[in-house]
Structure formats: C-alpha cells, structure tokens
Design a protein around this ligand. Sequence first.
Ligand SMILES: Cc1cc2nc3c(=O)[nH]c(=O)nc-3n(C[C@H](O)[C@H](O)[C@H](O)COP(=O)(O)OP(=O)(O)OC[C@H]3O[C@@H](n4cnc5c(N)ncnc54)[C@H](O)[C@@H]3O)c2cc1C
Length: 284
Amino acid sequence: MKSAAFDYVRATSPQQVFELLAQHGDDARLLAGGQTLLATLNMRLSQPALLIDINGLAALHGIALRGGALRIGALVRHVEIEESPLVAQHAPLLAQAAPHIAHRAIRNLGSFGGALAYADPAAEWPACVLALGGTLVLQSAAGERRVAAADFFQGLYTTALRSDELLVACELPVAAAGERQDFSELARRHGDYAVAGLAARALRRGDTLHEVRLAFLSLGDRPLRAPATEATLQAGPLTAARIAAADAALRAELAPFADLTHSAAAKTQLAATLLQRALPRLMA
Ligand SMILES: Cc1cc2nc3c(=O)[nH]c(=O)nc-3n(C[C@H](O)[C@H](O)[C@H](O)COP(=O)(O)OP(=O)(O)OC[C@H]3O[C@@H](n4cnc5c(N)ncnc54)[C@H](O)[C@@H]3O)c2cc1C
C-alpha cells in the first residue's frame, strides 16, 4: 500500500517545530529515521496531514559526556551507538544491545529518540534506558523538562511525551567502577523483535551484587523492572540458594502477555532463563 498524501516540512529550528505542532496539533507527526513511521503511513495506520522532518536540528545529534552523564541525542542512529567508543566505555549495555535491533540497514537510519518516543515494548532501547536509570530530556515552546525513564514509559506505545513536545536527548549515568552491565535476548531469528529480553546492571563487590536493576522487554505493555527479584539478588552473597530464591521471585512477579507464538508460561520460562544466564556475567 501507499501512504495517503501529506505535506512535508524540513524544520530548521526547534522553535519552528513547536510552531508547526501548535498550528497542526494531532494532524502533524515528527519524522526522525522513518523506519517505523513510514511503515505505519504506508499501511494507513496513521494519516497525518503534515510530516515535520527533524533531521536538520543540530541539537538533537551527537553523543557526549556532559556533567558526569552520557548524553545521547535523539537523532543519534542505532549504528552510531553500536560503534561509539564513549558508549562502549560508559554505557556498555547499549553497545551490547544495538546489534539485536533489526538489521544493519534499519540501524543505519533508525534513531535512538525515535525508538524511545515510539515505546514499543519489544524494543531494546527503552529497556536499556530503564535499567540504567536514564533521564529523558523533553522540550516544548514552554521550555525543557526532564523525566526519569521509570515515569516516561507509561503503556503500550504510550509515553509521558506531550503532543507539543520534542524528545531532545537521553542522559545516562556513566558506569561506575565495579559496575557490570549485561544485555541478552531470545528471538526466533536474529534481527526479529525479541520474544523476551533482559537489560541488567549491578555493582559487584566480592561475592555480592548491589544496586541490581533488571529491565525486561517483550513481556508486557512497557519495559518492566522486577523489584522483588532485584531485592532477593542483592540481599547477600550470590549462593545457589539465593539464585533459586531469585528465580522463584521472578516467576512470581512476572505476569507476561502471551503473543502470537508464545504463551505467558513460555515467556516466563524464557525470562527466567535469561536471568540465569546473566547472573554469572554480572559476577564475572
Ligand atoms: C523490519 C524492521 C525491524 C525492526 N526491528 C526492530 C527491533 O528489533 N528492535 C527495535 O527496537 N526496533 C526495531 N525496528 C524499529 C526501528 O528501530 C525504528 O528505527 C525505531 O523504532 C524508530 O526510530 P525512527 O528514527 O525510525 O523513528 P520514526 O519512524 O521516524 O518515528 C517513530 C515515532 O516516533 C516519533 N518521534 C521520532 N523522533 C522523535 C523525537 N525526537 N521526539 C518526539 N517524537 C519522535 C515519530 O513522530 C513517530 O511517531 C524495526 C523496524 C523495521 C522496519
């Protein structure tokens, strides 16, 4: 299918974007990499009257260390994250996750901000940003506001972004000494969306994990933390008994959605398997 006709503007400043959004409201859509938006237009799932191309906005590009945080611009392409030495050093979770996103051609165009704004519960970046305790930087004509990842992802394809706002960047705390980050997922074929995935980070001191943060993808309507499992894991040395208790806690607190190919029980089993495999790597 082909999309319905629409007007197109390549914005040259955030102010122009805010004016166009104010003028056109829900009839306008922001265009970043187009890897999701253009497919939804072609399938006529969405028929906006105006596309506002934001690729010319310099402030949304680039990866930099700023004020002790790693700031990744909304228009940074997946492939830039995959290849960035700054990301590899300060947020290795993202470097591990990037190759799991679709295929190279899509990673060349798809953007970090596009994936975060779209908030597909099967996407890698939302879970990574949640696991790392990231902050989303949003801008509108009224100014800037910052939203913690835990408050940003609100449901299926639903975020805290208002219709007059632009996602400008995401800031991630840089990895601390002794911090371990680990990303893994299970998909039917490489490049497919994950059936289940886990973004994990923790501080390792001796035989104990601290500040454990687990964020699962593809299990619910948004990326999901597992607080009871995290508490169990960090309550003392990571013995076989503690790992068994964490496994039981995870199975008790997850309530995954079934999808077309996997039941809720299968997804719970896959999530538990991902955690079992991640723990030795977090302790390594
Ligand atoms: C075949 C295929 C396989 C894929 N597999 C995966 C996968 O395995 N994992 C995965 O995570 N993704 C996958 N994707 C999606 C891909 O990662 C997209 O690039 C991403 O979801 C959207 O990024 P984009 O830059 O293309 O955004 P666009 O398609 O341009 O926009 C997506 C939505 O976000 C909004 N938006 C974009 N940027 C901003 C911004 N800065 N502020 C506010 N709103 C904004 C747009 O208005 C639109 O509603 C796949 C896509 C395809 C086509």
